[in-house]
Design a protein around this ligand. Sequence first.
Ligand SMILES: Nc1ncnc2c1ncn2[C@@H]1O[C@H](COP(=O)(O)OP(=O)(O)O)[C@@H](O)[C@H]1O
Ligand SMILES: Cc1cn([C@H]2C[C@H](O)[C@@H](COP(=O)(O)OP(=O)(O)O)O2)c(=O)[nH]c1=O
Length: 224
Amino acid sequence: MSGKLIIIESGSDASGKATQSELIYEKLKNEGVKVRKVQYPNYESESSTLVKMYLRGDFGKNADDVDAYIASTFFTADRYASYKTEWEDFYKEGGVVIADRYTTSNMVHQASKMAVEDRDKYLDWLDDYEYGMFKMPRPDVVIFLNVPVEFSRKLMADRMNKFTGEKEKDIHERDAEYLERTYRNSLYIADKYGWKIVECIKDGELRSIDDINNEIYKIVHEVL
Ligand SMILES: Nc1ncnc2c1ncn2[C@@H]1O[C@H](COP(=O)(O)OP(=O)(O)O)[C@@H](O)[C@H]1O
Ligand SMILES: Cc1cn([C@H]2C[C@H](O)[C@@H](COP(=O)(O)OP(=O)(O)O)O2)c(=O)[nH]c1=O
């Protein structure tokens, strides 16, 4: 009996994914749920080497310098290594997995590089690649934190780069036009795939961490 796979995604970097995933993980653990949390990219693993090279600009200084299909394969391979070595058995034995980013991040970030008329073709290819060829599980629910770029930019400003531990930004984060385009693309994707949208802005302000988490918690319990 397979378990459940719950994804926390967004259309903007620095939007509370890590914060919310951790809170949900802790709540479920305290309830006695057999739960694990994973995060992608898996920077601690050797499997993220090509992802790190890509994000620091070794293959091109701008996100658009690296073709969406090529960049996607780096992230997919990193995910596959984590799935096979860390959580496949746990999941197949009924465990609940909370993922901060997943295939959904390729959908949001890499599809935004495609011309609009080529986007669906890429999305179909990605679906077949990750869920068909690599046989990674499909999510039971994708919880989409809707944080427009102008808000996430503020949260990102002081945050450290996750793999260098310094303030320097990766090739996605330092490209304002790319971030805007990615955010717009994410709204299209969230709608197309029926993701559960959590509106994080209310009356022009970012909602509190706990307020957002209470909404996420309800969605999670609907699928458990
Ligand atoms: N609702 C919120 N209100 C205020 N600050 C927040 C909120 N959610 C997250 N933060 C802060 O924003 C920063 C980025 O959050 P994080 O969870 O690391 O985002 P992500 O995983 O999407 O990059 C962190 O410093 C975090 O404490
Ligand atoms: C997991 C994943 C991330 N990405 C992108 C999203 C981010 O811009 C970047 C690095 O992810 P991450 O370090 O988690 O970004 P942040 O903490 O700022 O939210 O890689 C993909 O393009 N495809 C993927 O499959």
